[in-house]
Write a protein that binds this ligand. Structure first.
Ligand code: ATP
Ligand code: AMO
Length: 473
């Protein structure tokens, strides 16, 4: 047929006309020997199609249509008719298509995962794969979904998650671009580990060792030394971290920025806070439909922003005091455990009414070697983390911009880092020819999306997640 292929949403204008379109079979059901009802999907639209034996359609054709497998792709031609009564089970209620031609482009095998099941929530961890939804059907676990990810990703909830993820990247670039940040791409094959030796993937680089980038840290700072002033990057980050948790991946997307500042590293924090407030507000404005869809499946509460417009900026020592007042035992310079971070998130929400906050002035000993010590207390540092719903989404700091101090801090670090190593010397040397005070931060994109939506597992926010147990599909 020569009929133009239409967008199903335009069907209203096509009454009594013949149309042709590509679609996926959502379901096929027989009605006696001479009739088949199909529900056909195109994008987010579904329409009912009628295959009736007659002049153009044989009885064999009807039988074939009755047995079409779910998720097969077709090109169909048919006449648009007003539906005798509103169609149940299709998004288009007023019209149906009376099929005259039907061509199977690709037949689907028996499905290992129903797309309908992928629209439902994951079973709650610990409840086992047997947990049932309200209608009595079991909920499908994450492994089954990820093993069949191309089918899983067909679910509307998953499209929404990745539309939002792309949105966060676009908003990150939009905000920082307006502030004069240059988008850069730094190498991912490195001569040294940029975040310490343990969690790095080593590769065989033509017989010599090389490493997958654990962050763009060295290079974004080196660009500051090249007088770039403000840089941002969105790129892959690799961590050989054997952490089988709901918020760790071995490959994730880093949203990084680095900037020169004039007087005080709090200028950098201000940019970070304004950046995130912009992203949250614009997600609410531009991605409300997607956000609501995902949150409704998991009964997640709205993400609360401070009504004052000021992001709570809490010194680490005050965070420790809040936790102690709540009964936690911890030393002045201890790192927070994950449960303590979550508890602090609750306390901050109660006190400041915000699901988003910043901890400032971390103990120096638990931060990377390139972190600037605090001028007020050598055991503290000019560094900060940001949290959403009580979980870390970002780390950052003022950096050391003096080569000698940097080399000394690297040697003194636990574990020590050789400042004259094959991949570290160039980094340290870049501060020998003039370097301005600067700071920056790195966000984990998948975590931002996970906690924005209140999802139970970070893997849901990676198209094809990599973790210690999974490198396929
Ligand atoms: P950063 O590396 O900046 O601290 P992060 O959120 O990845 O960011 P990690 O240091 O990797 O933090 O881990 C923070 C906390 O996560 C640890 O204190 C620990 O409580 C928890 N954690 C990490 N790995 C595991 C694991 N395999 N099992 C349980 N908890 C873990
Ligand atoms: P850090 O190591 O804290 O800091 O990483 C920055 C942010 O990345 C996210 N993240 C992860 N996300 C998923 N899976 C992981 N395994 C994982 N590890 C970290 C977190 C974290 O806050 N160079 C510094 C940043 C800087 O100072 O600019 C760095 O890499 O959200």
């Amino acid at each position: 047929t020569n009929a133009a292929r239409i967008d199903l949403e335009d069907i209203k204008k096509q009454e009594d006309k013949e149309i042709t379109f590509r679609c996926w079979v959502e379901n096929a059901r027989p009605q006696g020997a001479k009739l088949a009802f199909l529900v056909l999907r195109q994008g987010l639209s579904t329409v009912q199609a009628v295959v009736a034996a007659g002049e153009t359609i044989s009885k064999q054709m009807v039988k074939f249509a009755q047995n079409l497998s779910t998720e097969s792709t077709l090109v169909v031609t048919g006449t648009v008719k007003r539906a005798p009564e509103p169609v149940k089970g299709a998004t288009i209620k007023d019209f149906e298509v009376h099929i005259t031609k039907l061509f199977v482009e690709a037949k689907a095998d028996v499905l290992p995962l129903q797309v309908d099941d992928a629209e439902r929530p994951l079973p709650v961890e610990g409840a086992g794969e047997e947990e049932k939804a309200s209608d009595g059907r079991p909920l499908v676990g994450l492994n089954t979904r990820l093993n069949n990810r191309t089918l899983d990703l067909r679910a509307k909830i998953n499209h929404a998650i990745f539309v939002i993820k792309g949105g966060v990247c676009a908003l990150f670039q939009e905000f920082l671009g307006q502030k004069g940040f240059t988008l850069v791409q730094t190498p991912k094959i490195l001569g040294a580990a940029s975040e310490g030796g343990a969690n790095v993937f080593e590769l065989n680089y033509f017989g010599k060792p090389a490493y997958l980038a654990q962050s763009p840290q060295f290079y974004k700072q080196m660009l500051i030394c090249s007088r770039f002033q403000k840089v941002m990057e969105i790129g892959p980050v690799f961590r050989a971290e054997n952490s089988n948790t709901a918020r760790h991946l071995t490959e994730f997307t880093g949203l990084d920025l680095e900037m020169e500042f004039s007087e005080h590293y709090h200028e950098v924090m201000r940019v970070l806070e304004d950046l995130m407030l912009f992203i949250f507000r614009e997600l609410n404005a531009r991605y409300k439909k997607e956000t609501d869809l995902v949150r409704s499946v998991y009964n997640v509460e709205d993400f609360k922003l401070p009504s004052s417009g000021n992001v709570p900026r809490i010194p680490f020592t005050e965070g420790i005091a809040m936790l102690r007042a709540a009964g936690e035992q911890l030393g002045d310079y201890d790192d927070l455990t994950t449960p303590q971070e979550k508890l602090l998130g609750k306390l901050v929400l109660e006190k400041y009414g915000s699901d988003f906050y910043v901890l400032d002035q971390f103990p120096l000993a638990i931060r990377p070697a390139y972190t600037m010590p605090s001028p007020h207390d050598p055991k503290l540092s000019n560094s900060y983390d940001m949290f959403m719903r009580g979980q870390e989404i970002c780390s950052g700091a003022q950096r050391i911009h003096d080569a000698e101090l940097l080399a000394e801090m690297m040697r003194k670090h636990d574990p020590p880092i050789d400042p004259n190593g094959a991949g570290t010397k160039d980094y340290v040397d870049s501060f020998r020819y003039g370097a301005p005070p600067h700071g920056g931060a790195g966000f984990g994109l998948e975590r931002v999306v996970q906690f924005w939506l209140g999802l139970p597992n970070i893997r849901m926010c990676s198209l094809f997640p990599r973790d210690p147990q999974r490198v396929v599909p």
